[in-house]
Design a protein around this ligand. Structure first.
Ligand SMILES: Cc1cc2nc3c(=O)[nH]c(=O)nc-3n(C[C@H](O)[C@H](O)[C@H](O)COP(=O)(O)OP(=O)(O)OC[C@H]3O[C@@H](n4cnc5c(N)ncnc54)[C@H](O)[C@@H]3O)c2cc1C
Length: 380
């Protein structure tokens, strides 16, 4: 086979796409990415710092998420956009380049709330909830059958979007194993309270859900799944989005550090001219490329129906870990300015601490991968 000499290759690749990953995307995928990128630049970035500082979620953006088709984007029919997994991943990347809280809103709505209804709900439940949700939102909880209803009791901690959702998908132990229930806001016995004093994901609502003798009609149970397969398959969906999202947060930190290094003058030269600063930027750029390639291959496997959960663990673990390291290095490039909200880096760094923990902690993904490669479980 003939080789093209490397020397004949075109220009130096752009600093933010060292491996021409752009070239691996279809026209539709690039269009989705560019549309979400523009939305984040115009609508999210101007307000997100203030929301983070105030500890509020930018609710005013929700209709715009819906209009862009971001809610349940990878689901087909029922008012959802029906795009492929790579489009959904690219959208997560762009949203998290804005803020992990914004990506969390979209991925919890799409992967933890809409996906279980889509995959396991009755036709009536899908028709009733999915179009509305596309337009607009642990296991001590138990459910006991009582005639035509189930009686829910228990608490769910750390639930993203919990107090602002119209419907919650709640997985609970029943006599027949774990089942999923659709619990509508306002159902007697169902209350929520918000978790305050967070120093991470401040522009996102995190709640506790409380169920006290909460009567749910049996028709609100998801009929087509039983056991841990239900919640675990939703987690796979959400973790997939995080693998992409973390690359977005890392990209923002790297881009900001690169710009800053080229313009900040110390000892009569831009700090980008110092070898140690260049080394930091090179590590960030290289890890970004690796994270994006992992995420893209994950998406291609998902679109072909070949994705194994262990592969999601590899990408979630690596990409969040490396994004955190990138945020810390980028912060150091900005010196004291790096700790302010004027620049997005510390905001991303704090957010990524939550992302490191939720949807399977870094430790748990390590053990999942360890089990896969040794054949020995270290966590049973
Ligand atoms: C901002 C935010 C939003 C969230 N949103 C949601 C949501 O929408 N829905 C939802 O269901 N959850 C959500 N979570 C909860 C999140 O998934 C949990 O916090 C996470 O699973 C860890 O559980 P934990 O906090 O109880 O920690 P623990 O389970 O107590 O773990 C503490 C530490 O021990 C380690 N550890 C635990 N068990 C083992 C083991 N067997 N082997 C080795 N190490 C172990 C962990 O890795 C971790 O380092 C959210 C969390 C945050 C911070």
């Amino acid at each position: 086979m003939a080789h093209t000499p490397v020397e004949r290759q075109a220009q130096v690749p752009p600093a933010t796409d060292l491996y021409n990953i752009d070239h691996l995307l279809s026209e539709e995928e690039r269009m989705v990415r560019d549309t979400v990128r523009k939305f984040v630049r115009e609508r999210v970035l101007p307000i997100i710092g203030e929301h983070f500082e105030a500890g509020t979620f930018p609710r005013e953006l929700v209709p715009e998420f819906a209009e862009l088709g971001l809610l349940g984007m990878h689901l087909d029919g029922y008012g959802c956009a029906g795009l492929n997994a790579v489009c959904y991943g690219l959208a997560c990347q762009e949203l998290e380049a804005g803020d992990s809280g914004v990506r969390s809103f979209v991925s919890v709505q799409g992967s933890l709330a809409m996906f279980p209804i889509y995959a396991f709900g009755s036709e009536e439940q899908k028709q009733r909830w999915l179009p509305r949700m596309a337009r607009a939102g642990s296991m001590r909880t138990s459910a006991r059958r009582d005639g035509d209803s189930y009686i829910l009791n228990g608490t769910k901690m750390w639930i993203t979007n919990g107090s602002i959702a119209d419907v919650a998908v709640v997985w609970a132990r029943t006599e027949e194993g774990i089942r999923g229930f659709l619990v509508e806001r306002g159902t007697p016995g169902f209350t929520t309270s918000n978790i305050h004093q967070k120093l991470s994901l401040r522009a996102s609502v995190t709640s506790e859900l409380h169920f006290e003798d909460c009567r749910i009609p049996a028709a609100n149970m998801l009929p087509n799944v039983r056991g841990m397969r239900g919640p675990l398959s939703c987690l796979n969906e959400a973790r997939y989005g995080i693998a992409w999202g973390a690359a977005g947060a890392a990209r923002t930190c790297y881009e900001v550090a690169l710009d800053y290094a080229k313009s900040r003058i110390q000892f009569s030269q831009p700090i980008a001219s110092f070898q140690l600063v260049q080394q930091k930027l090179v590590i960030m750029a290289t890890e970004l490329v690796k994270a994006q390639l992992l995420a893209l291959q994950l998406g291609r496997l998902k679109d072909e129906g070949l994705l194994h959960p262990v592969q999601i663990s590899v990408a979630k673990r690596n990409n969040v870990r490396e994004a955190l390291k990138t945020a810390r290095e980028a912060r150091s490039v900005l010196g004291a300015n790096g700790i302010t909200l004027e620049y997005p880096i510390s905001r991303h760094m704090n957010n990524l601490e939550s992302v490191f923990t939720y949807e399977g902690t870094d430790d748990i993904h390590t053990l999942i991968i360890g089990q896969a490669i040794t054949g020995i479980s270290a966590f049973s």
